[in-house]
Design a protein around this ligand. Sequence first.
Ligand code: SAM
Length: 239
Amino acid sequence: SDSHFPVPIAPSQVDYSLHYPHFFPSDETCNENCNSTINPEASILKPHSKKIQFADIGCGFGGLLISLSTLFPETLMIGMEIRDKVTEYVKERILALREANPGQYQNVSVVRTNSMKYIPNFFEKAQLSKMFFLFPDPHFKEKNHRRRVISPHLLDEYAYTLEVGGIIYTITDVEELGEWMKDCLEGHPLFEAIPEKELDSDPVVKLLSSATEEGQKVARNGGQTYLAVYRRIAISGTE
Ligand code: SAM
């Protein structure tokens, strides 16, 4: 349950020096609290000079993040994953890559959390420029639709967290879920579909299938995928 992992009380309390030590070397202001993911003493954490900009929600084994890390070496990115063992695996994977490739993979990290509850604890308003929801669990039954990671209510939260112009990427091999995600995004006033032509020239779109473990599985089985990629827009006069 949620009680098994710490949750930062606010985005300013996320300890970047633990996730990205290369970008945020811990210094003399660090005390024993620096050993925990969440530092409870606000005064110890300096304001982050650089912020996380990409979030892979339900990142699974982290394939997308690993690819994005070298494509955007100066952008901080994080995976959010609810399964403990999977999160530990991704942590180890990143550490091994950092060790084998000095100077690389310093911008990528992972956290164990329930993204459906705690996104606002990790990110400020308009902080993110990209959010990924790749091959999320389908929750087929009607009564379980409220468990889906894309919903009208959660899109309000994602819209808050994304900067204007930011992009939400979704993909699934489940047709019904694909339609659901598209309908939710289409019906939300703060998102607009990105034209096909633009998607063709976005290098990130190609990675959605090729770099994720789930996408690779679908490709091996010759399955079809359903993509919905939307941009966060402003409502004139409100932002
Ligand atoms: N995105 C990865 C990929 O494409 O290879 C993994 C897809 S997998 C089918 C869905 C992942 O979402 C699982 O690893 C699951 O543990 C995670 N997940 C489900 N609900 C979650 C939640 N509320 N918060 C964080 N992660 C969640």
